[in-house]
Design a binder for this molecule. Sequence first.
Ligand code: ATP
Ligand code: MG
Length: 358
Amino acid sequence: MLHTSSFFKLKPQDSFGNVFIQLTENINTNDLLDHSCTSGSGSGLPFLVQRTVARQITLNECVGKGRYGEVWRGQWQGESVAVKIFSSRDEKSWFRETEIYNTVLLRHENILGFIASDMTSRNSSTQLWLITHFHEMGSLYDYLQLSTLDASSCLRMALSIASGLAHLHVEIFGTQGKPAISHRDLKSKNILVQKNGQCCIADLGLAVMHFQDTNELDVGNNPKVGTKRYMAPEVLDDSIQMDCFESFKRVDIWALGLVLWELARRTVSNGIVEEYKPPFHDAVPSDPSFEDMKKVVCVDQQRPNIPNRWFSDPTLLSMAKLMKECWYQNPSARLTALRIKKTLTKIDNSLDKIKTDI
Ligand SMILES: Nc1ncnc2c1ncn2[C@@H]1O[C@H](COP(=O)(O)OP(=O)(O)OP(=O)(O)O)[C@@H](O)[C@H]1O
Ligand SMILES: [Mg+2]
């Protein structure tokens, strides 16, 4: 049975120093990604190796800036890696994400691949790095600004995101197991596009874990909250039952519905497509306040608009039905990630059938 490692209950500086690991001289990149090379409990390398890898990286260019830090493309032994440099204001997100990746085996094609975490002290300031796989196509948010989709690429992306979320949400028992995890900041900026047309979910700095056997809910101690634009009604009006893990999963599903809507708008049908807009673009200003969102989502109970053209396309029509079932005011009425994954698989199969019938 998995439990939160007591490792991170220590100060991370102490922990790194106290672990004795025989360092192999020439670790190659395949070893990095190989399960057999993990520390045993988490998704990453042994801690001392993580530190060594981090210190062998050269930073090439800044590829993105968020509210709390920067992401750089770096080079490690000839391979591109992504280095997220957290601002000291957001050290709790670095700590939480590091903790989750190091205590839970989180290898899934639709979850951003973790390589290493490192903390260094430079001129009395602390530098926090999180090193992951690099995805040159950037975030789904970036991608949808410039590109449109067809029905099959839309479904491929939607299904991959639902699969990543279903994997996070499920508890798997046994030695290769994992606790149930809810993300709490799902949005198109926290989803990366891979070269194979699938996406992966990133940014676990706010995640919470649940262990069924002990009914332990590990919420971490990050005071940060999710992104206001993507907040579910029960978060906005504070009616969410914070002591119940199911509540957190339902908040993720609300946000997943919004991401499906962003995807569907950029999916061409009969030569028509909408321009990229974030959810509630027509209802709130560009950096909406909590109150702005609460008025729209809780008081007026507005939902994103479904354009008429979607009703004459079988894929978009099915997607519209699906997203509506993510947006019930009553959280317990919403679909689960697994149900969404299964329904998207069915929609995908019927699209294939239409194609072969033609
Ligand atoms: N692994 C990665 N590979 C390639 N690009 C990445 C990777 N991770 C992040 N990025 C890029 O860096 C940008 C900044 O990411 P970051 O998580 O710091 O902020 P954000 O999620 O965009 O916004 P915010 O945190 O303010 O809500 C992303 O939008 C994306 O373009
Ligand atoms: Mg992010």
